[in-house]
Design a protein. Sequence first.
Length: 280
Amino acid sequence: MSPMRLIILIGAAAAAIAAAFLVRGLTQPQTVTQTVTEQQTVLQTREVSETHVLVAKRDLMVGDLLSPDDFEWAPWPEKNVVDGYKTEEADADAIAELSGSVVRIPIYAEEPVLPQKLVMKGETGFMAALLSPGMRAISVEISTESASGGFILPDDRVDVILTYQAQVAMAEAVLDRPVTETILQNVRVLAIDQVFYQGESESASQIGNTATLEVKPDEAELIAHSQRLGTLSLSLRPWSDAGDTGSRGARTDLLRGGGTPGNGITIYRNGQAASGLGGS
């Protein structure tokens, strides 16, 4: 073999070796980069792995009676789910189960709903949790005729009307005649029988035997006294009046004999004129 050919072969071999090292140097970083990228993708996937947790759709204050519209399922990181959270996978019926409960501790919008912050229907203290501060609950007997044909539902506002028989002086004669007047206005209905919110009944009406009303302490006395005197009826008010709770028109003066029901009517009991519903 000639020296020239030997030199050419050695040069070609050296070039091939150099090319091999060059190719190896170019492909190795790419493999490492690809491996790092795949690891980052796996980590990112783990970080965004989430479930759906039951949260409040609005601010829920103490005493609020909850309906299905107060809840929603919201995305939540799985690693942040703690004991007590309701997840859609494990508690798919949670909205139906918690509807009708009353808020014991405030829950704010988008905050996970914990059962410990609610009073479930049937639990001790349910009605007490439903009452506004300073208010009382009192029940009155109702019928279809005395409760607007059954169209009065929980959370509606009503006027309370008393009808009773009284002896009245007409000219020189004393006659028996019915007397009717509104003794209380704009009263919130807490429940009809054991139904506490409208969503519990699929019907647009609710026919029951009792209506539970939310009243002030002296108004509770008035209603209790009036039930012994005659028949109470509930008159449904429009929703536009719901916020007007300043003037309730309570005739609590009648409890102390400070007023006379009706205009120009004198009531006689046992042959003597009485000054009011509670007069002697």
